[in-house]
Structures are given as C-alpha cells and as structure tokens.
Design a protein around this ligand. Structure first.
Ligand code: PMP
Length: 333
C-alpha cells in the first residue's frame, strides 16, 4: 500500500458541509454548516492564521526562529501558535482578559507566550489590537529572525486566505447550487473572502451578515452608520469599526441576532443533532434560519460552524452565569 504523508498544515481546511436537519426541516430550505471546528486548532481561524503566516513568509518578513505577535480573541492565537510551532516560529499572543478561561488555558498549554490585557474599546491606545502592534514594533529592534505583527483585522491576507480556500470549497461542495451565504464578522476575513469568491462565480448569490447585539456592523450595513445597541456573551464576532478586511466584503443585507435566540439554537443543535457548537455558530445558524424564512422554501443556504462549545463551557454550561444574564438554560443543567 502506498502511504502519503502530509504535514500538520495540510490538515487545515477541506472541512465537510453538514446539513443542519432541524433548521432545514423547519424552513423547507437546505441549510448547511461548514464544519470549521474540525480544523486542527479547532476553529475557522486556522485558515486566517495560515494565510497571515504565508503572507509574512512571502514578503520575507520572518525566518525560522522569528516571532509572530498578534492581538486576538483567542482562536487566531491558537492557530498561529500551532502553525508557528510546526514551522519554527515563536508566538506572542495578546488577548483581552475578558475572554474565557478555556481559551487562555489552551493557549498556555500549546506554548504561546500569552499576554492578558484589560479590555478597552478600539479607540483606546491600550486596546489589545493596538497594544499588540506596539509590542511587535518594540521587539523588532532586537530580533534578527524577524518579528511579524499578523494584524488579522487590517491585513487583507486574511480575507485572501478565505477567497482561496473557504470560498472555492463551498462552491465545489455545493456544485454551484447555492443561493445564499450568511455569517457573522469579527475581522471580516471570512465574509469578505467568501463573498468575493461566490459573487464572482454567481452574482445572484445572496450574502447576509449575521451580527450579534453590541456590534455596530448591522446598523452600518442597513443604514450606513456605525451604531450599536445591547450586548452579547458571544466571542470573536462583532465590531465597532470597519476593518480593511470587512471593507472588501460584498454584503446584501444584515440581521441583528440576540443571544437568547443564538443560545436556544445552540442547545437544540447539541440535543437533537449532536453538534456541540460555540457561541458565534449560534448567531450564524439563527441568521441562516431567518434568511431561509425570508427567501422561502427550496433554497440552499450555507453558514459557518466556527468552533465548538468546549471553549465556552464556563459560560454555556454555567447555570449561575446564564441565570444572571437572563439567558436560556439547557434542560440537562
Ligand atoms: N467565530 C469565532 C469563534 C471566531 O473566533 C471568529 C474570529 N475572531 C469569528 C467567528 C469571525 O471570523 P472572521 O474574523 O473571519 O470574521
């Protein structure tokens, strides 16, 4: 038997599309989720991490022994660290301390140099993204192997990664029979890269943003003004500004989804379909259901299953926390 060996990096991408049975049955549409939680770092952000590292290598900004610095809600940090380990780069990950303990523990356990900073709005100079950029600049002075600030929010290598991988995979897996794509935006890399690819293939494919409360992007898409209301326990999605990646997205419409609906669908997907999904997937699936109801039966709608609930157990399996927030509680808690 012929054996072909692949390295760790080849396990990123080529994720299956999973039919979401309940949402499909309820709407008469075929709703599929791209199982990004199956990536080796456990999230859609492995793709962005790989694209950002490849970009730095192509620009000759880094060589073995060099350091990657990034500000991240966690998942990009996990991807960067694992890929960095495989290619011989160190990683310094700057994260707001408000993110779940699970993500912090995971980053430390895979060897990231984790720097926790207080959560500050983007306009504050000590916001984690700005802090990580300054840290990279400081370190550059004393490192000959290269120090790279990955800059996932405004480095469009991120959306290019999705244009070259996620978009083509969705097109191939659906054999071009796709009516709409819906997902949330954090950096905007996914929605931007996928929307660009799909619209080039067929300009009639509808692209819709599913935005959590507390984010300004819904109002920006609907009315052209960055404005937010409410808040959300979801992580990794929503924004108070238009990033360079988001700027390139072609979006037809937007929905504002509340945590109550997002959590209810997450608990239902786990109980009835065995899908153990993270918070942003709940916002995405609710967006897909809303869009299916609006478009009517017999449409094919794709969304993203970004990561699993394992990274959010301290929220999603914490009865006290859910009660305090007035959020739904799964019946098994
Ligand atoms: N879901 C999760 C769990 C994430 O970590 C992120 C990225 N921060 C996203 C969704 C959003 O993806 P993107 O950055 O490509 O917009």
């Amino acid at each position: 038997m012929k054996n072909t060996f692949y390295d760790f990096i080849s396990s990123i991408g080529n994720t299956p599309l999973i039919k979401l049975r309940g949402p499909s049955e309820k709407t008469g549409c075929s709703i599929y989720g791209k199982a990004e939680f199956l990536n080796p770092g456990g999230s859609v952000k492995d793709r962005a991490a790989l694209a950002l590292i490849k970009d730095a290598e192509e620009k000759k900004l880094i060589s073995k022994g060099g350091t990657i610095v990034e500000g991240t809600a966690g998942n990009t940090g996990i991807g960067l660290t694992l890929i960095g380990n495989s290619l011989g780069y160190k990683s310094i990950i700057v994260m707001p301390e408000t993110q779940t303990k699970e993500k912090k523990d995971m980053l430390k356990s895979i060897g990231a140099d984790l720097r926790l900073v207080p959560a500050k709005p983007y306009k504050d100079p000590n916001n984690y993204v700005k802090y990580s950029g300054r840290l990279a600049d400081d370190l550059k002075k004393n490192n000959n192997m290269g120090v790279v600030w990955a800059n996932q929010f405004d480095n469009v290598a991120n959306s290019k990664g999705h244009y070259e991988s996620t978009g083509p995979e969705i097109w191939k897996q659906t054999e071009g029979k796709i009516d709409a794509f819906v997902c949330a935006s954090g950096t905007g890399g996914t929605i931007s890269g996928v929307s660009k690819y799909l619209k080039e293939k067929n300009k009639n494919i509808r692209v819709v943003l599913s935005d959590p409360k507390g984010s300004s992007l819904y109002n920006y898409i609907k009315y052209g003004e960055l404005k937010s209301e409410g808040n959300s326990i979801t992580e990794g999605i929503g924004s108070s500004r238009v990033t360079k990646n988001f700027e390139q997205a072609t979006i037809d419409d937007a929905y504002s989804i509340n945590d109550h609906d997002a959590l209810n669908i997450l608990f239902e997907m786990l109980e009835k379909e065995g899908l153990n999904l993270g918070t942003s997937s709940g916002i995405n699936i609710m967006g897909a259901i809303k869009l299916a109801n609006e478009m009517g039966p017999n449409h094919t709608i794709i969304t993203i299953l970004c990561d699993t609930a394992d990274k959010y157990r301290s929220k999603l399996s914490n009865k006290k926390f859910l009660l305090e927030k007035g959020l739904p509680i799964p019946k098994w808690l």
